[in-house]
Design a protein around this ligand. Sequence first.
Ligand SMILES: Nc1nc2c(ncn2[C@@H]2O[C@H](COP(=O)(O)OP(=O)(O)OP(=O)(O)O)[C@@H](O)[C@H]2O)c(=O)[nH]1
Ligand SMILES: [Zn+2]
Length: 234
Amino acid sequence: MTASITRSSDETERTPHPVSGGPIVQLPTAFGDFVAQAWTDHETGVEHLAVSSPNPSRSGKAPLVRLHSECLTGDVFGSYRCDCGEQLAFALELINAEGGTLLYLRGQEGRGIGLANKIKAYALQEAGFDTVEANEQLGLPVDARSYNAAAQILAEMGLQEVRLLSNNPDKQNRLAQAGVTVVEMVATEVPSREQNLRYLQTKKDRMDHRLTLQAEHAGNGKTPLAHPFDSIND
Ligand SMILES: Nc1nc2c(ncn2[C@@H]2O[C@H](COP(=O)(O)OP(=O)(O)OP(=O)(O)O)[C@@H](O)[C@H]2O)c(=O)[nH]1
Ligand SMILES: [Zn+2]
């Protein structure tokens, strides 16, 4: 429980970010049967949740890991303003099929600026600003997230070499700085929609997200993925 993280570049030892994990419990879900473990960040008091496949990876490759930043509007309400809810469903389906872990990072709402500020940023986007400009207009960082707690949780779970389910190269770099080796980036693009196309285009153009946004990939509501709520309403 006290694994230290070292910089791969210079092997300089750093003080581990203080986190602790609780008991591992069964978590049967609409996406399959998982196990869950809560983790507390003792620096911030924020509680995160690791949701893992109970079976070891069948591929023999490094474990699949998704770091999912909290998005109340997308994850809980199924908002189409962003791709978060559908990415969450996609990741859980893949982890159920292939094995792996989804670490749900709370306190990262709105790329770390918080829910109320994200909604203010939405208001600015409705006035014409893009998702980057909106944060800047609020005098806030474009991306205020830290992955130090996540890296330490992964280390304590024995996940220091991972295949990262993400389109965000910055996440890969920031994890590497925190001591986690990303051996492969696994795309997590879901079909775009009319309502989130500008947002996704901005992420591609201004935040270097690896998104194709190809016409056949752009569902625009015509080829929706299974939504988290679809299989719950039985
Ligand atoms: N500030 C702000 N945050 C947003 C907006 N739309 C979604 N978010 C937040 O963005 C975060 C998700 O980040 P993304 O950039 O979509 O994806 P990522 O996690 O960096 O990259 P992937 O791993 O590829 O999904 C969540 O915390 C959301 O709450 C927005 O318009 N403004
Ligand atoms: Zn979102």
